[in-house]
Write a protein that binds this ligand. Structure first.
Ligand code: NAI
Ligand code: A1CAB
Length: 272
């Protein structure tokens, strides 16, 4: 069987992360195509990855076995409406856009389109991505496997039973890297305020984050227990954790993630 051709419509941050991760895995540059309105963005991608690029979205729709719709939610309807119809038989469409429902995509692309909604995240670039996937019933087992092969090349993927769960996935892992980056920014700033050179504070912060995440992923015990093991009675960590608790860190996180999930659902209504 010839390698499936995968076309990314919208070649921005997330598409770049996915393409970069795929090329470090089993995918070849010759089977990946990307289109974008920005010639500059395409030139960068072509130089970086050696993939075929074009400003013509329709070319990808004609040539590819899988279309990955990776434009911003606000332009998705116009992008879908401008694609040629009917498309290749059996062509799978994967949308990674926050908040765009399968019903909307089916209305814009045709009711018989095999559709998968996916919420990836940018660590895909390093093969450390995590994605939630939801397929409409008309997607075949083979097409599900094809989607998995793309997302598993850049990390891990989890299938969802209900489409509405994508809002929660967006709040947890889609937006999640930004929360950790924000915490790392704050820890670096605080380390500098405590008298460390900025580069030293940053290095300490980043490797602590990496080490903690790696330990948690490979641990037999949960993160609460791992936290307890760092926290000596009446020691330094206890003071810091008590300070976080007094400022209601868990409540802050819950409110922020609720806001993200609500925004995802709101986008679905706004852009339907
Ligand atoms: N950035 C992230 O961490 C994540 C983003 N997403 C989703 O991925 C999608 C893309 O997000 P980003 O990559 O962050 O945005 P981005 O702005 O970096 O990329 C979007 C690209 O689409 C291009 N574009 C605009 N109009 C176009 C058109 N008519 N035809 C072809 N290309 C066009 C833009 O020039 C841009 O390069 C969004 O729908 C977002 O919800 C999903 C998960 C994570
Ligand atoms: O902020 C956003 O809307 C997109 C979706 C998840 C991450 N970035």
């Amino acid at each position: 069987m010839t390698a499936p051709r995968i076309g990314f419509i919208g070649a921005g941050n997330m598409a770049t992360s996915l393409i970069g991760g795929m090329l470090q895995n089993s995918f070849k540059a010759g089977q990946i195509l990307a289109s974008d309105t920005s010639a500059e963005q395409l030139e960068r991608l072509h130089r970086q990855f050696g993939i075929h690029t074009t400003t013509d979205n329709a070319e990808l729709a004609r040539d590819c076995d899988v279309l990955v719709l990776s434009v911003k939610p606000q332009v998705m309807q116009a992008v879908c409406a401008a694609l040629p119809a009917p498309r290749r038989s059996g062509q799978l469409v994967i949308s990674i856009a926050a908040g765009i429902t399968c019903d909307s995509l089916a209305a814009w692309l045709g009711a018989d389109t095999p559709l998968i909604r996916c919420m990836p995240n940018t660590p895909a670039l390093r093969g450390q991505g995590v994605s939630g996937l939801f397929a409409v019933p008309r997607v075949s087992a083979e097409q599900r496997k094809l989607a998995e092969s793309i997302l598993n090349a850049v990390g891990i993927s989890l299938w969802l039973e209900q489409e509405s769960q994508i809002d929660a996935v967006t709040a947890v892992s889609g937006s999640g890297p930004a929360y950790f980056f924000y915490l790392m920014e704050a820890m670096t700033d605080a380390g500098e305020q405590l008298g460390l050179p900025r580069e030293v504070a940053e290095r300490l912060t980043l490797f602590t984050a990496l080490g903690a995440a790696d330990m948690a992923v490979h641990s037999d015990v949960d993160t609460a227990e791992l936290r307890r093991r760092v926290t000596s009675p009446n020691g330094t960590t206890e003071r810091a954790i008590n300070s976080f608790a007094a400022d209601d860190l868990p409540g802050m996180v819950a409110r922020a993630m609720r806001a993200a999930a609500e925004r995802s659902a709101e986008l679905s209504r706004e852009l339907a």
